[in-house]
Design a protein around this ligand. Structure first.
Ligand code: PMP
Ligand code: GLN
Length: 383
């Protein structure tokens, strides 16, 4: 393994899901739903396979039906209009969109300012691009995590090429508010920076609203927006993601993408085109279901003695384990299956400075109510 990747090892998600499988524990670690998305969309995928839609290589930018549906979705929810031919690119999940964007836009030695804790693939992809990450830490503030715009501003140097953002934010559940988004946009314009924004949890906002970075003044032409069907439609295995951006940026990302996967997920692209057109009630019901699950798990974790940071979005809750007399989240997560048959994710692996999130642990609540109830009962025995 080369030096760029040597420090990354195996992802925490693989480690913890394997631990859950080996010990038969309830897996609240890796974020994936235990109930598949709408049957009607699964049927659309199966129909596509059986009628020969997408069984051979789809077009490089994605099938036209899906690109048009992505554009309609951005118009419907945010009033943003994108040309489906020049400004939309389908990718193998958000993961490939992140990799292709960073590989396409960064020169070796460039600096990338990224929110910390960060989703693990950001650090690895910045390293693969030969660039340097400069973390700006979200800090606990009034029961949630907040961005300090002054810290963000201070992190930008003449070598900064782009800002890598994520809201709603994994793992903290923070949703950047209007003031934070405005400060980011102002900084990007002032310092002439590109922005890559990971908005895969765009429909999982329980408090406040999701504001796409691309919708702010001066941002449309400097922003690469990334989303994914995995989160919104509960089909994480299908790996259908997409990028929306100005034509030159989409063309750049496509240059990298064509040598990563070339294309992927043919029949699933047709099914997700249908999913994006589901009525508003689908999106509202999905959000309401998860909001109730958030409350159930947050209540259970608090009752079990954890300090709970209440998420405004995503399907994750971050907790502090200090009140339980614990201080190392990684050791805690490795011992948890034996102690009570539950698996979680230690946030410290999402930091450059591991002391910052050392005592924080993340729990996924995209699980059936009965499973969450059982998890809460088991966690209640920890004390
Ligand atoms: N970004 C974030 C913040 C995520 O949480 C995830 C999924 N875990 C991804 C990207 C990857 O999405 P996909 O499964 O579509 O590749
Ligand atoms: N995004 C999911 C999470 O944060 C997992 C994705 C993965 O396994 N790479 O849990």
């Amino acid at each position: 393994l080369n030096r760029r990747l040597a420090s990354f090892g195996t992802t925490i998600f693989a480690e913890m899901s394997a631990l859950a499988a080996r010990t038969g524990s309830i897996n609240l670690g890796q974020g994936f739903p235990d109930t598949d998305g709408p049957a009607q969309i699964a049927e659309a995928a199966s129909r596509a396979v059986l009628t020969g839609l997408g069984n051979q290589y789809p077009p490089g930018p994605g099938v036209p039906e899906l690109r048009a549906a992505v554009a309609r979705h951005q118009e419907r929810f945010y009033g943003l209009s994108w040309d489906p031919d020049a400004e939309v690119l389908v990718t193998a999940g958000a993961t490939e969109a992140i990799a292709a964007s960073l590989l396409a836009l960064l020169e070796p030695g460039d600096e990338v300012v990224a929110l910390e804790p960060y989703y693990d693939s950001y650090a690895a992809c910045i390293a693969m691009a030969g660039a340097t990450r400069v973390p700006v830490t979200l800090r606990p503030h009034g029961g949630a995590f907040a961005l300090d715009p002054d810290e963000l501003r201070a992190a930008v140097t003449p070598r900064t090429r782009l800002l890598l953002l994520n809201s709603p934010h994994n793992p903290t559940g923070t949703v950047l508010g209007p003031a934070e988004i405005a400060a980011i946009a102002e900084l990007a314009v002032e310092r002439d920076l590109l922005v890559v924004t990971d908005e895969v949890y765009e429909h999982l906002v329980f408090e406040g609203v999701h504001t796409p970075l691309a919708s702010l003044p001066g941002m449309r032409d400097r922003t690469v927006t990334i989303s994914s069907a995995g989160k919104t439609f509960s089909f994480t295995g299908w790996k259908v993601g997409w990028v929306t951006a100005a034509p030159e940026l989409v063309a750049a990302v496509r240059s990298a993408k064509q040598f990563l996967t070339f294309v992927s997920s043919g029949p699933f692209q047709y099914a997700i085109a249908e999913a994006l057109d589901l009525p508003d009630s689908y999106y509202a019901d999905f959000r309401a279901d998860l909001a109730a699950k958030r409350d159930l798990l947050a209540g259970g974790l608090a009752a079990a003695g954890f300090e709970v940071f209440r998420p405004q979005g995503t399907y994750f809750i971050t907790t502090d384990i200090t009140p339980l007399g614990e201080k190392d989240g990684l050791a805690f997560c490795r011992s948890l299956p034996e102690r009570c048959g539950v698996v979680a994710i230690p946030n410290q692996v999402f930091y450059d400075d591991r002391t910052a999130g050392a005592a924080h642990v993340r729990w996924a609540f995209c699980k059936r109510t009965a499973v969450l109830q059982e998890a809460v009962e088991r966690l209640g025995r920890l004390a």
